[in-house]
Design a protein around this ligand. Structure first.
Ligand SMILES: *C/C=C(C)/C=C/C=C(C)/C=C/C1=C(C)CCCC1(C)C
Length: 238
């Protein structure tokens, strides 16, 4: 069997490697901290650990796939997102539940996130010449989620759930507005029907590499950062 090694200028493989390591370390941290987390916040911290753990398993696979083939592991990227983004919706539901959030709110968030991700996948893989159209539909679902969190039910409920929950929700809202906005940038860089993506980057392979690096950085910020905000909330409010 050929011995695969990461060339020192292979930034894509490098970010997959670091991503795997970071997700694993974060999962160990969240899981071990469960035993000294108050009952009230245990489920939330557990979900933070599940998010990074699911990502760790996918990153381990994607890292190997990319190293062996040099290609983008798009399918498993989306499998990961389809599992982890709804879990982030669960986090919003759990922290506002004490203020009276209804299960319907969770379904709204999950439904919008599925629309966002499925249309994104169609634009990247199934119908790439129409990637702008699919990207716009996906973006609309994304803005709806951001709306619910900034101004809609999530925002309103968080105001009545005490100052710490309000503060944490505001930080998480920034993650959704700024951290999640990195993903459409990767999409624009890497899809061919795109705005300027394939025209801006030298060739198709370079465009896909740029997309992977952007997605890998975004995942590390959003999954681990998001979990740490929940963790900090569990320490500040007990
Ligand atoms: C852990 C993974 C996360 C938080 C993934 C989030 C993904 C997005 C916010 C993706 C959004 C997209 C658009 C808003 C338009 C273009 C297509 C997507 C799917 C990249």
């Amino acid at each position: 069997m050929e011995h695969l090694k990461i060339a020192s200028d292979n930034y894509v493989a490098f970010t997959f490697f670091i991503g795997t390591m970071a997700m694993m370390a974060a999962s160990v941290f969240f899981f071990f901290e469960l035993s000294n987390t108050s009952q009230k916040w245990r489920t939330s911290v557990l979900v933070s650990g599940l998010i990074t753990f699911i990502a760790a398993v996918h990153y381990y696979y994607m890292r190997g796939y990319n190293l062996e083939t040099g290609e983008s592991p798009t399918f498993f990227r989306y499998v990961d997102w389809i599992l982890t983004v709804p879990l982030m919706c669960v986090e919003f539901y759990l922290i506002t539940k004490k203020a009276g959030a209804k299960i319907g709110l969770l379904w709204k968030l999950i439904f919008a996130s599925l629309v966002m991700l499925i249309t994104g996948y169609i634009g990247e893989v199934l119908d790439p010449t129409q990637s702008v159209l699919w990207g716009v539909i996906s973006g609309a679902a994304y803005f709806y989620i951001a709306y619910l969190i900034w101004f809609g039910e999530v925002a309103k409920l968080s105001q009545t759930a005490g100052p710490q929950v309000a503060k944490a929700t505001r930080i998480l809202a920034w993650f959704v507005l700024v951290g999640w906005a990195i993903y459409p940038l990767g999409y624009i860089l890497g899809t061919e029907g795109g705005l300027f993506g394939m025209k801006l980057v030298a060739d198709k392979a370079a465009a896909l590499h740029a997309m992977d690096i952007v997605y890998n950085i975004a995942d590390a910020i959003n999954k681990i950062g998001f979990g740490l905000v929940i963790y900090a909330l569990s320490r500040n409010e007990d």
